[in-house]
Design a protein around this ligand. Sequence first.
Ligand code: R5P
Length: 288
Amino acid sequence: MYVVSGSASKNIASHLVRELSANIADVEIRRFIDGECYVRVKDDLEGEDVVIVQNTYPDENIIETILLKSAVKDMEPRSLTLVIPYFGYARQDRKFLEGEAVSAKALAEIIGEDVDLIVTVDPHKDYITEFFKTKAISCSAVPEIARYLADRDIDVVLAPDKGAVGRAKRASEILGCESDFLEKVRISDEIVEMKTKRIDVKDKTVAIIDDIISTGGTMAKAVEEMKKQGAKKIYVACTHGLFIGNAIDKIEKAGASEVISTDTIENAYSKVKVAPQIATILKENLIN
Ligand code: R5P
C-alpha cells in the first residue's frame, strides 16, 4: 500500500503510513510562477492500493487533489482511495435560494470521480457522503475530543446551534454529563447572534463543541452568553480549526479557558489526532 500526501495533510499522511505499515510515495508538488500547480508522482504505483490524503481547502488544494488523482490513476493502481480530512465547501449542503450551487454536491461529484473509496472526517452534515458517486465513509473526531476533555470535569456539553446537537450529545455520553444547545442566528459571514436561552450553567464547567471554527464569531458569542449565565470555566472544541483572522483572540477574549481542535487542518491548537480513526476505516475496507 502507498500513501500519497497532498501538501495540506502531511502529518496525517505520515501517521497513516505508520498505522498501515504502508509506503509513502515520492511526490513532487510545486507551483509555477503564475500560481498553477505541478504534480509528479515518482514511484510506479501500478497494481498498488493507493491512498491520497488531501484537504479540499483552501481552493488550491482542490486542484492539487485533482492532479494527484490523475497522476495516480494513469499508473493503473489496484485501488484508489481518497482521504479528505477536511472536506471544504460542505456548508452549502442544499439550496437555500433558487439558483444557488450546492457546493458540497458539486465538489463531491468532481473530487469523487475515478476513486474507489472516499474517507472523510466530520463532514458538516452526515448526508454529504451520499453526494459522492462512489462509496464514501465518514468518521467522527468527537469521541477523541471527548476523551481529550475527560480530565477537565465537564458538567455540560453544548452545541452552539441546533444543527450541531448530535455532536454535543455524543460527547456528553462519553463524558457522562448533560448536553444542550444554544440558538444561533447568523446575520452575515462574520456576525452571529445568540438568542438568550436559559441553560443551567451557573458555576459549572462547560464544553462547547462544533464541527468548524472559522471566524470564531459563533464560538465567541456562545462563550460570551454562557459567561453571562454564570459558567465557571468554558472549553471550546472543534474538529476543523480554520481560525480565520483573529478567531482565537475573539474566543479567548470572550472568556474561553482553552481552544481545542483536531489536526484535520494543522495548526497550533491541533491537540487531537484523527489518523487512528481514518486508519481503522482503511484497515476494514482495504486490507484483506
Ligand atoms: C456552521 O453551521 C458551522 O457548523 C460552524 O458553526 C461555522 O462554520 C462557524 O463559523 P464561524 O466560526 O465563522 O462563526
